[in-house]
Design a protein. Structure first.
Length: 409
């Protein structure tokens, strides 16, 4: 039986019905609002700083930041001015422009662990590039990752999805987060076969930090067994440190992947490598017709300049701290057990004893109805545009949501 949409989302649902007729699933991939809950809109009309408006005109404080790219907030004037100036001169051309070289020099200078860089458009471009470089360098086939970690919408990273040939499963081996013994066992089980160990700077699904010595242990195991250590810093990027998450968490990888926080919403990703991998990086073929568009390079140069000259990174952590502290206090008062939220700049909001995420889905729908866009199955993101007023408005919505879910058990 068809359930009519809530009146506040009538236009959003009507647009989704149109989309279903011409696109698989209505909206495919992770930006399918229909999968999040009845309180969530399915299409947005505009955005400004930390706020978004859906096609019905409802306003929300946005704690997803377009799944991370909006580190400075929507429509940052310095970034948009730099893009407009560059695009007026040329964007997607048959050869790259000087902004590409300028950005390459800038990113390498900012990242102590890297000597060279390539650019793509999405995080999957550069995590896949990292795998190719590691395989070319070592001559080995296997990829070791933390169990369940997401690194790309690509066959090598999602080998059990429909349409992916079964042989991709044989190339992927897994160990648990913070489990050096598990990684050591993989090297012993697959001697001279692991090309790369890829991790994130913290566990995205839980927000759990690396244990003391975890990254040093990975570094030592890779060195001992001749494998490459790759850091997927696509989600966090510069949210913790201008030198990237490796500087914040003390990791020393051979390859680093950036994307979401580098160009404030303009499509760009960066793969960085140590000098020892230059030969492998020069042998593999990595390109795309839009990879060399100068507008995104101008956006990244402006974004990094703002991050460097302002207190944006500190502010992101402070505002995130206010948000998670407020949520924790509300949850305790209403008797709702929350799991630790992890990084304040990228919190993971989860209920204890909620394995199917039923209660967090209901809670996030209520929060979103109350004017703060909340995701039930992904870490949230804080931008430098978020304010204390945004936290206050959000906590007003979450107060009502906690009160209602507390009595619905």
């Amino acid at each position: 039986m068809h359930t009519p949409p809530p009146p506040r989302l009538a236009a959003s649902h009507a647009l989704w019905q149109r989309a279903r007729r011409v696109m698989p699933g209505g909206v495919y991939g992770h930006q399918n609002g229909a999968a999040l809950g009845d309180g969530h809109p399915r299409f947005l009309a505009r955005a400004e700083r930390s706020r978004i408006w859906d096609v019905d005109g409802n306003e929300y404080v946005d704690w997803m930041c377009a799944y991370g790219p909006m580190i400075l907030g929507y429509g940052h004037p310095a970034v948009e001015a730099a893009v407009a100036e560059q695009v007026a001169c040329g964007d997607c051309l048959p050869l790259p422009g000087p902004r590409m070289v300028e950005l390459a020099e800038r990113v390498v200078a900012l990242t102590p662990r890297a000597d060279l860089v390539v650019f793509g458009k999405n995080g999957a471009d550069v995590t896949s590039w990292a795998v190719d470089v590691a395989r070319a360098h070592t001559g080995r086939p296997l990829i070791a990752r933390v169990a369940g970690a997401y690194h790309a919408a690509r066959p090598w990273a999602l080998p059990r999805l429909p349409g992916v040939p079964s042989h991709y499963r044989e190339d992927l081996v897994e160990f648990a987060w913070n489990d050096l013994d598990g990684l050591r066992a993989l090297f012993e089980r697959h001697p001279d076969a692991i090309a790369v160990v890829m991790t994130t700077p913290f566990d995205h699904g839980t927000g759990i930090n690396p244990a003391p010595g975890f990254f040093a242990g990975i570094r030592a195991l890779c060195d001992r067994h001749g494998a490459v250590f790759a850091m997927d810093d696509v989600r966090a990027g510069f949210r913790f440190h201008l030198g990237g998450s490796c500087e914040h968490f003390g990791a020393a990888p051979d390859l680093i992947c950036y994307s979401k926080a580098i160009a404030n919403g303009h499509a760009l990703s960066a793969g960085l490598a140590r000098e020892a991998l230059r030969g492998a990086a020069e042998r593999i073929y990595f390109t795309g017709s839009f990879f060399f568009a100068s507008g995104a390079f101008a956006a990244a140069l402006a974004t990094l300049e703002v991050l460097e000259r302002t207190d944006a990174i500190t502010r992101i952590g402070r505002i995130g701290g206010l948000l998670v502290e407020g949520l924790g206090e509300q949850a305790r008062r209403h008797g709702v057990a929350l799991l630790p939220p992890g990084q304040p700049a990228m919190p993971v909001i989860r209920f204890a004893d909620d394995p199917e995420r039923r209660r967090i889905r209901r809670w996030c729908s209520l929060v979103t109805e109350g004017g703060a866009y909340a995701h039930p199955a992904h870490n949230w993101f804080v931008s430098a545009a978020h304010t204390e007023d945004d936290v206050t408005r959000t906590l007003e919505a979450t107060e009502r949501a906690f009160r209602l879910v507390a009595v619905e058990r």
